[in-house]
Design a protein around this ligand. Sequence first.
Ligand SMILES: [Zn+2]
Ligand SMILES: [Zn+2]
Length: 257
Amino acid sequence: MGFVQLVENLIFPPKCANCGEILGIELTKKQIDALCKDCRAQLEAEKAIECQRCGLQMQFCRCMPRKMEKAQCAALLKLVLYRPSDDKMKIKPFIYSIKHSRNRASFRFVAEQMRGLLIPEMRAYSLAPADCVITYMPRSHKNKAQDGFDQGLEMAKELSLITGIALVRCFKRKIFSKQQRDLNRFERQLNMSSAYSLLDIEDAVKDKTVILVDDIVTTGSSMAACARLLYSAGAYSVLGVSIGITEKKQKNKAQKD
Ligand SMILES: [Zn+2]
Ligand SMILES: [Zn+2]
């Protein structure tokens, strides 16, 4: 840890992004942890919860929503089953903070966790970093304006840095004249599938396995829409990587994805 960073850490002691506890500063460590020991343990426990569909622990489960299957996604890797209304889930504040506070330590931590999911997958398919590219689905302009950053981009950047896989900005978010909540379910779905358009990426994804980074996957419609665009640009395969997948919400609630 450099002197400037040390002084900074003494004045503004880093806190656990989940419980807020002040973290001890270890001089030997290059960077500050995002979570305290207890919250890390909570996350590990969440990663070990078994998927109801395949029976594997969430960290090994490759299940994905039907929409992503239909769009020929290879798999959806995830750390946890996100249960916003379950009090037993103790790492909700951390997941919330990823969306709403720009904390590099958190993005780096999530990227490290994602790398843990990704490396065995790449090994299984004999994929080298050069065979892959990383991309993300941009947030809506409104959400981005509210928080001042795009967590998808931040996570993708860190993942690219620690894996050596190139980051390619592939999508542009369209601006809609009508609010999503003013639309019916059918219109909303149609809207989501056309919410993204491809940027001029030339041959950047051609024959590549594209790693699509997102925080929480709900219906999978955004990932499915983006996967279709990537295949249309010549991608060999599309692999989703996320913090979590969430249970289906009540019917009349607005779909968020
Ligand atoms: Zn904590
Ligand atoms: Zn599963």
